[in-house]
Ligand binder design. Sequence first.
Ligand SMILES: Nc1nc2c([nH]c(=O)n2[C@H]2C[C@H](O)[C@@H](COP(=O)(O)OP(=O)(O)OP(=O)(O)O)O2)c(=O)[nH]1
Length: 132
Amino acid sequence: MTVIDKLAWLEIQDRKILSTRSKGKDTYYIPGGKREAGETDHQTLIREIEEELTVQLSPDTLEFMQAFQAQAHGHAAGIEVKMQCYKGRYSGTITASSEIEEVIWLTYQDRDKVSPVDKLIFDWLKQQDLID
Ligand SMILES: Nc1nc2c([nH]c(=O)n2[C@H]2C[C@H](O)[C@@H](COP(=O)(O)OP(=O)(O)OP(=O)(O)O)O2)c(=O)[nH]1
């Protein structure tokens, strides 16, 4: 089985989770991306979050939360994505970069608008009473 190795940033404010939508897509993704050869979790996360949202994650504040795995959205059946999720503080102002069309704060009511792995994450956040 192929598993795509991704790091994701779980940023919750006012009991909503930060999500993004790429140009031309109709499904929301939690921000993050794929590891490049030799990168640590922290290096991948910091790079991807800066690329997508133009903010800088503070390395000392990054804290692993949980990993989730499911069918990768937009890929053939059997290709899965594993998202290792971290929380952490940031500096700067969250702004959509050129690759992102929309930045949005979602609640559990928006579960049908996110990818399969994000549905697992939404379920977990709801269970932990972290999102509305
Ligand atoms: N970042 C992110 N990726 C997700 C989420 N849910 C989900 O299925 N994915 C999937 C989309 C793809 O099927 C899979 C691998 O991404 P991809 O192969 O399209 O990677 P990419 O070129 O966009 O690379 P990258 O910028 O994310 O590093 O990750 C999510 O919530 N956030």
